[in-house]
Design a protein around this ligand. Structure first.
Ligand code: URA
Ligand code: CA
Length: 434
């Protein structure tokens, strides 16, 4: 087989066979195909697209490009949740403990943040000593013991995705449905859970900017999951404004703790209940979503979800006393309010820009080697639809560098659109695909 022929075939709009797709992934992972040929094929896929069969084949080839975890020694139906990436999205830190508190094993592979989106592992490192480094045995024993574990993507989990994602990032071939679906699902399949709940974000702060594309992506991923016996449900949720109020690692941890104490932002809590109710149903612990939702709400009311967070943080080496003593979490030196100079209503909060502003304060990385500052970020005070008078505080900036903080204040002001009339409410959930 020759890579040249595959590129030509796809360039001309033809379908690639299973053998051809396997050849491409296998050879590229082993370093036998140069990046320029892989890039040419990605661009051909971008323009000519792949059908469902090709997308499924690509996913399976990527899933098997490295280790596939065997979680069969974990008791019960294992559930995993994955978001396509958003701003201020703290759901895992709330949802993981809630679902685990019901006795459902949550074995989660999480990532670090890159670009304008945050990552669960970085957030969890706000607990001093917390680590995701562990052997497969420890991973499994932790889930069996406390029902919740968060691991990092090990060196050899879907290595084809790691290489291809980096290449897509620099060749303008990220936002293709087949390429995103195979990237996410290959990792989920390799990570071994029995059922998967996907949070497909749509809007300005997401990869999928419009609803049609988001639904199509959701349908592809659900169909891939089902075709390999992983019961999969996708929730399409809004990412036109940041989720909750906090953006930044320790700030989001605090927001998650508040939510577990029953004092969190409404949108974050609601999204957790929606995603969680599907997880509970898939795990066979509730008859329907309404029942699942009631069970989850009880874990907040009876404090069991908060207790589960403490247990989980301790089990992974973290300092759990900061859950009761929030002041012990990393704290920023300069806290500056952003003051509105207009009257009206918040019309828009540009989510992607907010993510970038937080990253520039130090909450995210520009390159993989950057060290992040856990304390910094933003806390919004006003969200879309809120009434504003001149002089009101829109948000707070948490900075450790005075100059960067001042720059962030101006940037935030420019990315809050204040309108004279109150805009229509943005829905939080656009639909479910299952
Ligand atoms: N997240 C992934 O892991 N891969 C993509 O292609 C997009 C979002
Ligand atoms: Ca948030």
């Amino acid at each position: 087989m020759r890579m040249y022929d595959l590129i030509l075939k796809k360039r001309n709009g033809e379908e690639l066979t299973t053998e051809e797709i396997n050849y491409f992934i296998d050879s590229y992972t082993k370093g036998k195909i140069p990046d320029y040929q892989a890039s040419a094929l990605l661009m051909a896929i971008y323009f000519q697209k792949m059908n469902r069969r090709e997308t499924a084949d690509l996913t399976m080839a990527m899933a098997h490009s490295g280790d596939v975890l065997n979680l069969s020694s974990i008791e019960g139906i294992k559930v995993d949740k994955h978001s396509t990436g958003g701003v201020g999205d703290t759901t895992t830190l709330v949802l993981g403990p809630m679902v685990a508190a019901l006795g459902i094993p949550v074995a989660k592979m999480s990532g670090r943040g890159l670009g304008h989106t945050g990552g669960t592992i970085d957030k969890l490192e706000s607990f001093e000593g917390f680590s995701v480094e562990m052997s497969e045995e420890e991973f499994i024993s932790n889930v069996n013991k406390i029902k919740l574990v968060v691991g990092g993507q090990t060196g050899n989990l879907a290595p084809a995705d790691k290489k291809l994602y980096a290449l897509r990032d620099v060749t303008a071939t990220v936002d293709n449905i087949s390429l995103i679906a195979s990237s996410i699902m290959s990792k989920k399949i390799a990570a071994g859970a029995d059922c998967i709940v996907l949070d497909v974000k749509v809007g300005e702060g997401a990869f999928m900017k419009n609803k049609e594309a988001a639904f199509q992506l959701a349908e592809e991923m659900v169909s891939i999951g089902k075709s390999v016996g992983r019961n999969t449900v996708a929730v399409i949720s809004d990412m036109n404004q940041p989720l909750g109020y906090a953006i930044g690692n320790a700030l989001e941890v605090k927001e998650a703790i508040d939510t577990l104490k029953g004092k969190g932002p409404k949108d974050l809590y609601e999204l957790c209940l929606t995603l969680g109710s599907h997880m509970v149903v898939l795990a066979g612990k509730a008859e329907d979503e309404a029942h699942g939702r009631r069970l989850l709400m009880e874990t907040i009311e009876n404090g069991k979800a908060l207790e589960k967070l403490k247990e989980f943080v301790r089990a992974q080496g973290g300092e759990d006393t900061s859950i009761e003593h929030i002041e012990n979490l990393p704290r920023a030196e300069y806290i500056t309010p952003v003051i509105s100079d207009k009257n009206g209503y918040v019309g828009k909060i540009h989510a992607e820009r907010m993510g970038i502003i937080a990253a520039e304060l130090g909450a995210g990385r520009a390159t993989k080697e950057d060290i992040i500052d856990l304390a910094v970020g933003l806390v919004l005070v006003k969200k879309v639809g809120d009434k504003i008078s001149k002089g009101d505080t829109l948000a707070y900036v948490y900075a450790n560098d005075k100059e960067k903080g001042e720059k962030a204040v101006n940037n935030i002001l420019n990315n809050y659109e204040i309108s004279v009339e109150r805009a229509e409410d943005i829905p939080l959930i656009y639909g479910i695909v299952k």
